[in-house]
Unconditional design. Structure first.
Length: 227
């Protein structure tokens, strides 16, 4: 279902991230500086990036031998050693301090407790929580491998003082969170760690849009979280 203004609000997602980055003074936004910040890292210098996602970023929907990942994965792998995990349990999170959750499946309650502890202990999270995913899928409704139609928040955002409403609206009662005026992006200090929440995930589907430049600010936000 297409909601009025959904496309235009999604078009503002990257602009909202840019505003937050500029406010933090983390990056200079000339074309030269952005190119340098996105240049490939040597393999030995790539930090581990944990990835939890329901989207077909690593394999195609059919898991065929011809599957070759996605443009989003290719972009991430120029800067990180991407390590997919299925559940945000303590054992999995112990592998790294940086996590990308791209429209994940609902996590078990005990895994959410582990995730909260991990962030509060210094972990850095980038969460793409799309309330109305429009990513096309050939899998039938009800298929457990089909991405959920909306972010399945089982209490994590509320625990951090955030609420998410359709079509893409984040609000906060937490004074440690900064939310953009359009409600698309929230950045929260949580204990010794930090979480950035973006109310969109469709922009990762660059194969459909042909706009691979949309990944640049996502990677820059990951790098800001590294720091």
């Amino acid at each position: 279902m297409n909601f009025p203004g959904r496309a235009s609000r999604r078009a503002l997602t990257l602009a909202a991230i840019a505003v937050l980055l500029l406010a933090a003074g983390a990056f200079a936004w000339s074309a030269r500086d952005r190119s340098a910040s996105l240049s490939p890292r040597p393999q030995s210098e790539k930090p581990v990036l944990l990835l939890v996602t329901s989207l077909p970023l690593i394999f195609g929907e059919q898991f065929s031998l011809e599957a070759h990942g996605s443009e989003a994965l290719d972009a991430l792998e120029t800067r990180y050693r991407v390590q997919p995990i299925g559940v945000t349990d303590a054992g999995s999170l112990r592998q790294a301090r940086l996590l990308l959750m791209a429209h994940p499946m609902a996590q078990p309650a005990e895994a959410l407790v582990d995730l909260d502890r991990w962030v509060r202990s210094g972990g850095r999270l980038l969460l793409l929580a799309d309330p109305i995913l429009q990513w096309p899928s050939s899998r039938p409704l009800g298929d457990p491998l089909r991405p959920p139609p909306g972010f399945a928040d089982t209490g994590l955002l509320k625990h951090w003082g955030l609420t998410l409403a359709a079509p893409a609206d984040l609000r906060s009662t937490n004074p440690s969170c900064t939310v953009t005026s359009d409600g698309l992006v929230a950045r929260c200090a949580i204990g010794a760690g930090e979480a950035t929440v973006i109310a969109d995930a469709d922009f990762l589907n660059v194969e459909a849009t042909g706009q691979s430049d949309r990944l640049e600010l996502l990677i820059e936000e990951l790098e800001r979280l590294e720091r």
